[in-house]
Each structure stands twice: as structure tokens, then as C-alpha cells.
Ligand binder design. Sequence first.
Ligand code: ATP
Ligand code: MG
Length: 425
Amino acid sequence: MAPRIPLPPLGRGQPERTVAVLDVGTSKVSALIALIGGDGAPRVIGSGQKPCLGLKRGTVTDVDKAEMAIRGAIDQAERAAGTQIESVLTSFAAGNLASSMASAEIDISGASITPTDMVTLRQAGRAAIDPRGRTVVHALPALYTMDGLPGVESPLGMHADRLGIDIHVVTADTPAIMNFTRAVAQSHLGISGLVASPLAASMAVLDEEERDIGVALIDIGAGMTSIAVHRFGIAVGVATVPMGSADITDDIAAAFATRRSIAERLKTFDGAAVATTRDQTDPVIIPPASEDGGAEPVKIARAQLVGVIRTRLDMLFGEIARALSSLGFVGPQARRIVLTGGGSDLRSIADFAGTYLGCNVRIGRPRGLNGLPAAQEGTAFATLAGLVLFAAGDQGDVWHQPATAQPSAPRRGLGGVIEKLWGSL
Ligand SMILES: Nc1ncnc2c1ncn2[C@@H]1O[C@H](COP(=O)(O)OP(=O)(O)OP(=O)(O)O)[C@@H](O)[C@H]1O
Ligand SMILES: [Mg+2]
């Protein structure tokens, strides 16, 4: 049986410090300022949110509009917290996020493994990463091996001929990252780090046992759906699907020749993912698209609305199923799904997803923070809340953090590359 994997340490016992986090989504930009490192859970001291028009499918397409929304959200959070911030930890879901594994091994010649060996190993692991022209977003140690034996939790002090490390590497297209960082820089903010959105959301909505047994987090945003697969307590793969809940809105607007704002209300108030027998007769009123008073409202059966929603959900979940399968999320240990993101607020979407993917599905709301404002307790803020938890933990990133003689606690797992990690036991 796989060892039970703890969540990354939350930095307790360290002096309290202030962090600022930013989630730049396709529909809204949101920010939190929080205190971390004290005795309890991170405490939110300021928050802000602005609608965002400068992004398409998580990618910055209008730097000025994105900058305005970022500045607005940060200003609000700064005012509420009564402090000024200089840099933010920010989520990133664009640039075709993709996972790979890098492995390295060093010679120990039967001696006992020292902290210096661990530093050498991390350096060798870093050198083994080939980003192939893309930008490395994360390089997270997944597991250690001793003489080829996987699943070693803490090699320090043990004897081995060879010590190995496997690293989960997440990369993204460099131009997408550059445009994104430009929009943040234009808002006069530094970036203390980028976090792949689904990894941030995972921190806020998944529990330890789910991550241990095997779970896929699916964040359905407005323009993007992002996925993170976990097993043995560690993230083993991320992927994105360039489709989201705003596509449902657009489909409704097109199908019933109405405005986006009306289609949005139809989706959120009258829509559902699964039709009921009453939907055949239950009427839904579509107000006229123009406001000149000439046109009449149109009456449709709710089943027609659900039909339009279902057509798009079939497309979206078809893509999700393909992504899950390419991440190796198959078999008896791949039965749990947690849906989050604003798109998961669609009525009966968990039932639909459960049937479509043949899995147990629950909706995940952010938790683990004190003082999160009620307005940001919903699924749309899972990534935002997760960023604070990400900042509070030590991820042991070998690409972005310098190697020290005191390596962070290993992230245990069994197997080797993603396939080994996912499918070996
Ligand atoms: N009750 C609801 N039913 C259906 N969809 C909803 C509901 N509430 C919100 N949504 C949808 O959720 C989407 C916004 O979700 P979210 O805030 O997670 O996206 P985002 O982070 O801005 O975008 P992305 O992550 O794609 O860049 C919108 O398309 C909105 O219509
Ligand atoms: Mg989002």
C-alpha cells in the first residue's frame, strides 16, 4: 500500500509575514492579502475583485484592460488591509500548461547520504530538466529512489550506492507568460512567483486522503477548464482545456438569439446539466434582445435550454475525459473527481459529470483560510484561496528555489515517471 502522504507543511512556527496573491481569470481578477506563518491557518486581511475584459481563455489579449482590473483588485485589497504590497504570487492557466517528469541519479558508493548529497541531487535534478523552449512554472520533487528502489521517504543518513530523484515539471508557452507578466508589471507589481492554477485550486479544495488515494481536480472557469491529477499525496499531472462556462452562455445567446447578459441569467437561474421530466412543460421566458419595446418575450420549455447546455457539456467533458486519460487517470484508483470554479455552480453538474466520467463527483469550495470574505467563499475563488495556502507551504521547487544544505521535506510517492507514479500499484 502507498504510504500516507502529508500535505506540504504550512510554515507554522515561522514568524508571521504578509503575502499578496492574485488570480487573473477570464471573467474577473481577484486578490487577497493574508498573514501566514503564525500558529493558526493563514488569515485574510484584505480582498479585492474587479471584472476583467483583457483576457481570452486565460490569455492576456489586452494588456491595458488586464492592467486596469489587476490594479483595481489590488487597490481594494490594499485599502482593506491598510497596507501596500510590492509583489504578488499569481496563478497562471494559459500557455498550454503541460506536465513531464525529469529524473536524475547520483553516485553515493555505499556511504551514508549527507545533506551535501541532497543538494548535489537537487542540482542534478535541475540539470536534467529540459524545458524545450518553454518556461518552467514548477519543478516539484516527486520522489526519491535508492538503488532504483522507489518510495523512499527520507534518504538522509541512509546508505546507498545510487540516490535518485524524480521531478514533476510543469511548463507553459513562454510568450503567454511574457504577456501575462507584462500586464502585472504594468500594474507596478512584482511577481514573487507563478502557480499553475489547478495546483493552487487543489490546495484549497482537496483533502489529504483524496490526494493520497487518487483524485482529479477540475476547475471550470469562464474561458478555461484546468485539471490537476493527484496520487500518493502529490500532484502527478496538470492539463488545460480551452473551453469553459462562458461557452455555454454564448451557445444560449446564439440558440435563442438573445444578448449575453440575458443568456448568462438563463444559464445561472434557469439552467441545469440534467433534465427532469418537468422540464418538458416548465416554461422559461426569454426577454426580448432589443430594448426598443417592439419585440415580445419568447416562451420556451426548460428542456430546450437544458438541451443547449448539454450539447456544450458533452463537448467539454469529452475533452476533459481525453485529458484525464492522457494524464493516466484511469483504472480503479481513478474514481474521484472534485469540480470547482464558477462553472461548477451549474445546477446538477456533479450528477452529469459523475455519469459521464463514471466517477464519484463532489463540488469543492475553498477552505483552510481564516477571514475569507463571504463574497469569496464560492467555487470561483478556489484558485485565489489556494494561492495563499501555496505561499504558506514549502513546495521544495528545484527550479525556482536555490539548493540549500537543508532540503525541504521530500514529497513521498512510489513509482518513477508519471506513468509509474500513477499506474504502478
Ligand atoms: N450558478 C451558475 N451556473 C452556471 N455557471 C455559473 C454559475 N455561477 C457562475 N457561473 C459561471 O462561472 C464562470 C466564472 O467562473 P470563474 O470565476 O471560476 O472563472 P474565471 O476564473 O474568471 O475564468 P478562467 O478560470 O476560465 O480564466 C462564468 O462563465 C459564469 O457564468
Ligand atoms: Mg479561474
